[in-house]
Design a protein around this ligand. Structure first.
Ligand code: TYD
Length: 209
């Protein structure tokens, strides 16, 4: 089955504390000051019903089997992309939509404990973004940033889990890199240990290329 590219859709991925949220904020602010509010920031888990349920799970309020999480993240994603006022609608109307996380997160995070197969199966029909920025960073550094925020920790935010998720991300991203010639996705690896300013300049240049 041929997976389609969703034009105008840009995704940022990386382990917790890699800095994707900071960069999306900067990109969208800069983009909107120059290009008449053409940019829209969004994120997964979403702020919708399923996303809010997932946030409670991430906060440790309750737990479910990791396979159940794979289904829940995919359901939240379906609404995010195809729901009313969703990503597809916005991209089709000419907006540039920038999402903090997408199905690559499910393939990295959920696969660590439930295996590759289910996350792949559940996410194989979602469209690919035009550009994927993958933020690479040593998990010790990124987890240090998460800890410095002083917020309560979410369930995946331990060094053992972050190391396993980083390894799984590497596997997933390199698979997509191998087939990029056929699918048409553009994958950009970002050195997330670099300064905020350098990274945002790099991203800006790539988007305006
Ligand atoms: P994060 O993106 O860090 O948002 P915030 O900074 O607001 O906490 O947190 C979302 C968490 O959800 C993160 O640990 C990754 C996890 N996640 C999955 O496990 N699977 C998924 O499919 C997605 C989208 C996120």
């Amino acid at each position: 089955m041929k997976v389609m590219i969703l034009k105008n859709f840009i995704v940022f991925e990386g382990i917790d504390g890699a800095g994707t949220s900071t960069q999306i904020k900067k990109l969208v602010e800069r983009g909107n000051s120059c290009c008449e509010d053409r940019f829209v920031a969004t994120a997964e888990p979403t702020t919708g019903e399923t996303g809010r349920f997932l946030r409670r799970m991430l906060g440790g309020e309750f737990s479910v089997d990791e396979k159940t999480n794979a289904y829940l993240f995919a359901a939240d994603r379906c609404e995010h992309i195809f729901g009313k006022d969703g990503v597809k609608e916005l991209c089709d109307s000419g907006k540039i939509v920038v999402s903090d996380r997408y199905f690559f997160s499910s393939m990295a995070y959920q696969s660590v404990s439930c295996g590759d197969e289910l996350p792949k199966l559940l996410n194989s029909t979602f469209p690919l973004p035009e550009i994927l920025f993958y933020f690479e960073i040593n998990p010790e550094i990124s987890l240090g940033r998460v800890n410095a925020r002083g917020e309560s920790k979410e369930i995946y935010e331990t060094i053992e889990k972050q190391k396993a998720i980083a390894a799984q991300y590497e596997k997933v991203i390199s698979e997509y890199e191998k087939t990029a010639g056929e699918t048409g996705i553009k994958i950009v690896r970002i050195n997330a240990a670099d300064t905020i300013e350098n990274i945002s300049e790099e991203i800006w240049k790539i988007i305006n290329n």
